[in-house]
Design a binder for this molecule. Structure first.
Ligand SMILES: [Zn+2]
Length: 692
């Protein structure tokens, strides 16, 4: 590897085909990547990037012969950021799907330096001067480039570009402290969760649990060299006990342990919550904002903390009476089962009796549906839907290099036959793969050049000679991630940083969630389902049951999400330690509004609320986005699929006016261009069965 010379143009970063992390084509030579190349590659790339930034900064003082233009500042900076981001993205991706100790240490070795480089850009005075000079250039820009210039200038200002140098130093210090404290918060949650277990020598306590959960508890004991069973706070075990265990004492034990996590030394997050909140508030004030929520939301659809809060409060008010009715119905159901002297429900009773109520009312069992959803069929059905709706074609590409034999590669083609991009599909669990499901926009290209993306997940794998058969929730997950993937692959935005999924946090789930709705459509169900053995269509009664289950206790679920959103905003707008005291007690009062049973005094969920505190920003002041995006998707779906039908004209309009437009215009403008008016709450309330 040779050190790059400062005379190379920034474009050379992406064109250098000899370096596997600097690929320009929408393909990555995955099988040729080696962890030992990561540190030297990224070191060389960062040196090139720093030289490129220095070259942009020189433009500011170069005088009238070499004026600052869009091309030699904003476009040059974008190219540098994309090159660095893309190279680190490939390493992070392999760490996500095929980690080894060597990949992890390579990733950990380069990540802080890359973060420091990117975080330091707004604080670079020379770079900021060059960008300002170019922004003042009177030569007109098209609307997308104009939008990009405005967004970069706003982001630099918001991140401290105009601060005096001692304030920049204070900001860098706060950023460093937030990064360290939030990393420790995350580790404490993981360690505190993993550090709790309950050994039960006698299996009778587990009465009511599904056989698979009992087997898992036995296996956990064996792994730990004990007899009997061991219960943990890992989600599958915790949920199985809270939903199914007949022993209320056992449910209470796990509930209280779960909601007290990370409140005891050495994994005590209580002081960290207070410190993180204080630092965030200081940062917001330093940058000229009234509070942290306004700082975070300045470039989101909601715009301000107050607007996000008004949204939450409004939805709470419209859900309250249905929430109370559902709580009363659950209490009544318990008395039906246990007589009039049955005690009031405790928080650890809610999931248990809700499950019994659902069985009694709908006789509905998720497992019965599984044979009708072989993964191959679900994917083929989704691709058929995309063809009818959008004119898009999906073609297998077995010739393309990938990272594991389970992974398949496809090409997406537009209605004219042009390649929109390649995508990898990697949906089964492996010990070397992280949890969850996600879409990764590996490479974003300019219009006319194909993109590269992937969807990954941990779905039910094939067992023996049976194909992979999905639970219905997994079918929805596939549609969700395919929605993100389409948003990325069909994007045609001339500024790559405004392409595809590079949109506001409270808008990005619209394209994913809107596609989930098709899983409930009578027109789509025959495309995506069919018995794996006999090919028989799914019985109509099953679809009816699925549609009914969608509204079961919907107000309770919604009030819980809204209480989290309200807590998040209250902590980042109102909370004042002098006046409000202990943040745990403060949080408990707010969360009480979202649950129909009294929370115990030691309830301390906020100490393990990773969404808010496990990284410097993450979902902080943004938890409302889940519901916000649901409002958008429920509303836009009524236009995309009138009567839940497949409507090719509406599909083409959605593709043209929103799905392919990335962040090239404000999200509210894209939404209105498609729906014809601003978003309304009614469609979500209707879909959840909450309209009177
Ligand atoms: Zn998503």
């Amino acid at each position: 590897m040779t050190e790059p010379s400062a005379s190379e143009s920034p474009g050379a970063l992406a064109r250098e085909a000899a370096h596997p992390l600097r690929v320009a084509e929408p393909r990555v030579p995955f099988s040729a990547l080696r962890p030992e190349d990561v540190v030297p590659e990224m070191t060389a790339l960062l040196a090139l990037a720093r030289a490129g930034v220095a070259r942009i900064a020189m433009v500011a003082g170069a005088g009238p012969e070499a004026p600052a233009t869009y091309e030699n500042t904003f476009a040059a900076l974008e190219e540098i950021e994309i090159s660095v981001d893309r190279a680190l993205g490939i390493v992070r991706h392999l760490e996500d799907v095929a980690t080894t100790p060597a990949w992890r240490s390579a990733y950990d070795a380069v990540r802080p330096e890359v973060a420091a480089f990117l975080d330091g850009l707004p604080l670079d005075a020379g770079l900021w001067a060059a960008l300002r000079a170019a922004a003042a250039d009177p030569a007109p820009l098209d609307s997308v480039r104009g939008r990009y210039v405005q967004r970069v200038v706003d982001a630099f200002r918001r991140e401290g570009a105009e601060l005096a140098s001692d304030d920049k130093a204070r900001l860098a210090e706060i950023n460093g402290a937030l990064s360290a404290l939030t990393a420790r918060f995350a580790q404490n949650v993981v360690d505190a969760t993993a550090g709790w277990s309950l050994h039960l020598p006698d299996e009778t306590h587990l009465a009511g649990l599904p056989l698979a959960a009992v087997a898992a508890a036995r296996a956990e004991a064996t792994n730990r060299g004990r007899d009997g069973c061991v219960l943990t706070l890992a989600m599958p075990c915790y949920q199985a006990v809270l939903t199914h265990a007949l022993d209320a004492g056992l449910r209470q034990t796990l509930y209280r342990a779960y909601n007290r996590r990370a409140t005891v030394p050495p994994h005590d997050n209580r002081p960290l919550v207070a410190e993180i909140l204080a630092l965030r508030q200081r940062k917001a004030r330093l940058l000229g904002f009234a509070h942290y929520a306004d700082f975070v939301l300045a470039d989101r659809m909601a715009g301000t903390g107050q607007r996000a809060r008004a949204f939450v409060t409004d939805l709470q008010a419209r859900t309250q009476s249905a929430f109370e009715a559902e709580a009363a119905a659950l209490h009544a159901f318990r008395r039906e089962l246990e007589g009039d002297s049955a005690p009031a429900l405790a928080p650890w009773d809610l999931a248990f009796y809700a499950q019994k109520l659902q069985q009694a009312r709908y006789a509905f069992d998720d497992e019965l549906l599984r044979p009708y959803f072989p993964l191959e069929r679900v994917l083929a059905g989704a691709f058929a839907l995309f063809e009818r709706l959008y004119g898009l074609q999906v073609v297998p590409r077995p010739d393309v290099d990938t990272w594991h034999p389970d992974v398949t590669v496809y090409e997406l083609r537009t209605e004219t036959g042009a390649s929109a991009g390649l995508f990898h599909v990697d949906l089964f669990p492996r010990p070397t793969k992280r949890d969850g499901a996600w879409m990764n926009p590996l490479m974003v290209s300019a219009p006319g050049v194909p993109h590269l993306g992937l969807i990954a997940g941990n779905l039910s794998p094939p067992v023996g000679d049976r194909p992979a058969l999905l639970r219905f929730a997994e079918v929805e997950t596939v549609f969700h991630e395919l929605g993100h993937l389409l948003h990325h692959l069909v994007s045609r935005v001339p500024v790559r940083s405004l392409s595809g999924t590079s949109v506001a946090w409270d808008f990005v789930e619209l394209p994913s969630q809107i596609h989930e709705n098709f899983c409930y459509s009578p027109a789509v169900m025959p495309l995506i389902s069919g018995h794996f053995d006999t090919g028989e269509p799914m019985p109509a009664a099953f679809l009816q049951a699925l549609r009914r289950a969608r509204t079961f206790r919907a107000a309770t679920a919604q009030m819980r999400q809204l209480a989290f959103a309200e807590l998040d905003l209250a902590l980042h707008i109102d909370y004042d330690p002098e006046r409000d005291g202990d943040p745990l007690a403060y949080s408990r009062t707010i969360l009480q509004a979202g649950t129909p049973a009294p929370l115990p005094d030691d309830h301390a969920l906020v100490a393990a609320f990773s969404h808010l505190f496990a990284s410097p920003v993450a979902y902080s002041a943004g938890y409302y986005s889940y519901k916000w995006a649901e409002v958008l998707d429920a509303d836009a779906f009524e236009t995309l699929a009138p009567n839940e039908d497949i409507d090719p004209a509406a599909g083409r309009r959605f593709l043209e006016s929103l799905l392919s437009r990335g962040n090239s215009a404000p999200p509210e403008a894209l939404f209105e261009a498609f729906v014809g008016r601003p978003p309304s709450l009614e469609p979500l309330l209707r879909r959840s069965g909450l309209l009177a």
